[in-house]
Design a protein around this ligand. Structure first.
Ligand code: F6P
Length: 335
């Protein structure tokens, strides 16, 4: 684990919040933070509604019992929000006042990059913060994995498997849009797992003719009678992709936007287990006198990265996996 400078201040009470888009496994992380804190004699306060809740002093005392039965629950019992007010200096100063009022020695902030940008600003005002990455997009640069990704992928896969049944029966083409914000991690993973004819991701969306039209045409020539195109929301809207397919090939695809369904549901085992380990390490970071970092997984192990550095780190879509996805269908392209 990356070593950070130690501070000597004794930690007596910490806050935990969830912020940004919810992700399956956030509750498991809250439970892990609370139980690790309590097991070490530290009080744990749940801050409701993310950074906005910190501004409004909106909190709930967490106990071992009150975080019971949370492992398998989707969403976040602490609620979440995207706070405009926290973007302002005045808002952040109000949040600092809440920390003083409640006697918080630090905050565990569970969310994505937006949450960690807020965390950095708060830590600059003297409140130690540890970030725990949770977003279905898996687009946080400092960690291989973000809580919620596996659950969201499995939800999308389940939806597309169902869709395939009817596409196959009617010999249709289907365009399915999945989430992911500006990243294609979710689309590529899902597209590979459902055996999509084509996957359109923002990182590789430049040649529509080659990446989509030619692939449907190739599948048709190879004898396929139904086609599944998975589009990452960051690569364009499913309706536009459908129109372009219709113009080029004369077939009218069905359009499905899976949308927020991907954010709900019980977390998978992977998300529960990862959230538990990350939540544990977040509290240990405070306890061992560090803080002001983001917890991540790298090569399977847990790491701590200083927040400022974490926010500069980039994670690229695995183009080797994209290639594998292409080859699985009917040999990929000559490049
Ligand atoms: O970051 C998670 C995410 O679900 C993205 O995939 C998506 O672009 C965005 O949040 C949707 O945000 P909202 O819930 O505000 O519509």
């Amino acid at each position: 684990m990356k070593k950070m400078e130690k501070t000597e201040k004794k930690v007596k009470r910490i806050g935990v919040l969830t912020s940004g888009g919810d992700a399956p496994g956030m509750n498991a992380a809250v439970r892990a933070v609370a139980r690790t804190a309590l097991a070490n004699g530290i009080e744990c306060i749940g801050i409701r509604r993310g950074w906005q809740g910190l501004i409004n002093c909106d909190f709930v005392q967490l106990t071992r019992a009150s975080v019971g039965h949370l492992l398998s629950r989707g969403g976040t019992v602490l609620y979440t929000a995207r706070s405009e007010e926290f973007m302002t200096k005045e808002g952040r100063l109000k949040a600092v006042s809440t920390c003083k009022m409640l006697g918080l020695d630090g905050i565990v902030a569970i969310g994505g990059d937006g949450t960690f940008r807020g965390a950095l600003e708060l830590s600059r005002l003297g409140v130690p913060v540890v970030g725990v990455p949770a977003t279905i997009d898996n687009d946080v640069g400092c960690t291989n994995y973000t809580i919620g990704f596996d659950s969201a992928c499995n939800t999308a896969i389940e939806c597309i498997d169902k869709l395939r049944d009817t596409m196959q029966s009617h010999e249709r083409c289907s365009v399915v849009e999945v989430m992911g914000r500006n990243a294609g991690f979710l689309a590529l993973y899902v597209g590979t797992a459902v055996g999509a004819t084509a996957v359109l991701v923002p990182e590789h969306a430049e040649d529509f003719e080659k990446n989509v039209i030619e692939r449907i045409r190739g599948a048709k020539l190879a004898g396929y009678t139904h086609f599944m195109v998975v589009v990452a929301e960051g690569a364009g809207h499913a309706t536009d992709v459908g129109k372009r397919i219709q113009e080029a090939l004369g077939i009218k695809p069905t359009i499905t936007v899976i949308g927020h369904i991907q954010r709900g549901g019980a977390p998978t085992g992977r998300d529960r287990e990862t959230a538990t380990r990350m939540g544990y390490h977040a509290v240990m970071s405070f306890l061992e006198g560090r803080g002001d970092c983001v917890i991540g997984t790298q090569e399977g192990g847990i790491v701590e990265i200083p927040i400022e550095e974490a926010l500069t780190m980039k994670k690229h879509l695995q183009m080797d996996r994209y290639k594998i996805m292409e080859i699985m269908q009917f040999g990929g392209h000559e490049s």
